[in-house]
Design a protein around this ligand. Structure first.
Ligand code: HEM
Length: 548
């Protein structure tokens, strides 16, 4: 009797729970579907939202293509206008994708700022943590941004050029070895080592030993990128891998331990060192200033406040991640596009001949003596800008307060944004015919001031407004130094047709040779691995130029 009663009760309880879950699910479904109902966008169904319509488009893209590229594909496929809404719930939040410069500016340049969408904080959990600059808001963000700005001022960055040159020399040596052995290798792995070395010195004043590959911080970072939820999985089954949270926590613990020791070390040795603009020292300086404000005396500060230390670690992680990932792919794509356009390659080499003289080996020394020679590399800068137009590695997403609308300057309509993720879709905006002549063609001269056929206001790889990329000057500077030191020494050739030979090389890349292989007509389409990167790590061969 007791048993029957208990079984019945349990059955009722389960039934009630299931019913409650179903009611809540349908209430949520109704709410989500009503957000974009009747608004411009791809076909939308009550039950499945925009998922079937978007899936149709995704199926026509290469497997693993970066999600940020889908916006433009959806726009093209359904012939949509300069903004559209779509609703992938329960796979993700409803989105308003924006391709119009004016409307994108309403999102990024508004004062007070429109906050970051919560997906950014979620993404940054594993590359930052509480208080990181990318996802923090309001006073906390302002405090850190003002503390770090001096480390990215152009005048200061010029003093880092000799260090960047030194790392480029090491990169060149590695390329020489690859050329000599006629190696087939993945360029992204090499450029990542280079940019990691540079950012390690900028942020922590430390040699991260990326060339040797044994640093615990880097090993943890690499694993963290690989285990990231969005897009990093080459196998869909990895999405449900129960080891993910454990590995992510372990990686975070390893990174935190390494950085904590470094921060303590810099704190302890601060007096002997004096003022520097390494990011870690700028954080400590801001902390000591704050303490001085409350105690009037920093000499008495014997240790670091745990809250400060946590935020400091978060920011160091963020800078190391944001400061290498994006620049590394930019360099790869620069090699790629130049190799495909011999006349542009000749033009950039001529600019380097003109600025540095005929001997490519002399560039390093000349730059050490006069870093401002970089300001003469107009064409090189335009090449970098054009690379970032076609292959922007990152973008921003925001969430406005209730009632905020976006104004369409052409029709005068105010469009709702409540509960939506606002996405100025730079991949798409950079490929709009209304802004760019032959938008899918690589053409650096479109950035020449005399060129009036393009609207460069639609170039937003670093986003805009007060939350734009703090590291943009460094990224452009680095890319210029790297191109100046290397592009005359080697001929680069992408080797996607030899991909199967890299099978089992331990890189983790899938070596996918089946199915759709291009996007926007490009074999080196973007995948999501941390930020957006060239697929398969850009397999290539490199040859030392004859006569040099
Ligand atoms: C080609 C290279 C780079 C690209 C395309 C890029 C792109 C971006 C974009 C689009 C944002 C805006 C994100 C948003 O508003 O949500 C951003 C922010 C940021 N970037 Fe970069 N970035 C690059 C290089 C760097 C470098 C070298 C560093 C560090 C030294 C860096 C550090 C940051 C940080 C800390 C933020 C957050 C700024 C803030 O919210 O105040 N980035 N980046």
């Amino acid at each position: 009797m007791l048993e029957t009663l208990t079984t019945t009760k349990v059955a009722w309880a389960i039934g009630l729970l299931a019913l409650t879950w179903l009611v809540r699910f349908f209430m949520r479904l109704h709410f989500q579907r009503s957000l974009v109902k009747g608004l411009p966008g791809p076909p939308h169904s009550y039950l499945f939202g925009s998922l079937p319509a978007v899936t149709k488009v995704v199926m026509q893209q290469p497997q693993g293509a970066a999600p940020q590229t889908y916006m433009q594909c959806v726009k093209e496929y359904y012939n949509l206008g300069d903004y559209f809404y779509f609703d992938p719930w329960p796979m993700g939040p409803p989105i308003m994708a924006i391709f119009d410069v004016d409307m994108a500016n309403q999102v990024t340049m508004r004062s007070p700022q429109i906050p970051k969408h919560p997906v950014i904080a979620d993404f940054m959990k594993n590359f930052g943590g509480p208080g990181n600059l990318v996802s923090s808001e309001a006073a906390e963000w302002k405090k850190w941004r003002s503390a770090f700005n001096p480390g990215f001022a152009t005048s200061y960055l010029m003093t880092t050029v000799p260090m960047i040159v030194e790392e480029c020399d090491r990169f060149c040596k590695q390329m020489e070895r690859h050329a000599k052995n006629n190696d087939l290798f993945r360029m992204e792995q090499a450029t990542t080592k280079l940019t990691v070395q540079i950012i390690g010195k900028i942020v922590l004043d430390v040699d991260l030993q990326a060339w040797q590959g044994q640093n615990p911080l880097l090993q943890a970072f690499k694993s963290q990128v690989r285990w990231q939820k969005t897009g990093a999985q080459f196998q869909p089954s990895e999405l449900w891998d129960i080891r993910r949270p454990i590995i992510q926590r372990y990686n975070n613990w390893k990174m935190d331990r390494y950085l904590s020791a470094r921060i303590e070390e810099r704190f302890a040795s601060r007096e002997g060192r004096g003022k520097t603009r390494h990011v870690v020292d700028l954080a400590l300086e801001a902390y000591l200033k704050e303490v001085k404000g409350t105690t009037g005396d920093t000499d008495k500060v014997k240790g670091l406040d745990p809250e400060f230390k946590e935020a400091c670690i978060s920011n160091m992680k963020t800078f190391i991640f944001a400061g290498h990932d994006t620049t590394s792919s930019t360099i790869c794509y620069a090699f790629y596009y130049l190799s495909q356009n011999p006349e542009m390659l000749a033009q950039i080499r001529k600019e380097h001949d003109d600025v540095f003289g005929p001997d490519p080996d002399a560039v390093g020394e000349k730059l050490r003596q006069d870093p401002f020679l970089l300001n003469k590399l107009d064409y090189t800068l335009n090449v970098t800008k054009e690379v970032l137009r076609l292959q922007p590695p990152a973008s921003t997403v925001r969430a406005a307060e209730p009632g905020f609308t976006l104004h369409d300057p052409e029709t005068g309509t105010n469009w709702p944004t409540d509960n939506l993720m606002l996405w100025p879709a730079n991949v798409g905006m950079h490929r709009q015919k209304k802004y760019w002549k032959d938008p899918h063609t690589f053409n650096p001269t479109r950035f020449h001031p005399s060129n009036t056929e393009n609207n460069t206001a639609a170039w937003i790889p670093f986003s805009r407004g007060s939350r734009n990329c703090i590291g943009q000057e460094l990224a452009l500077l680095e890319t210029k130094v790297i191109l100046a030191t290397i592009i005359r020494k080697f001929d680069f050739a992408a080797a996607y047709d030899e991909l199967e030979k890299l099978q089992g090389d331990g890189s983790g890349y899938p070596c996918a040779t089946e199915g759709i292989q291009t996007q926007f007509g490009e074999r080196a389409y973007q995948i999501q691995l941390g930020t957006a990167k060239p697929c398969e790590g850009m397999p290539c061969r490199i040859r030392a130029r004859e006569g040099l």
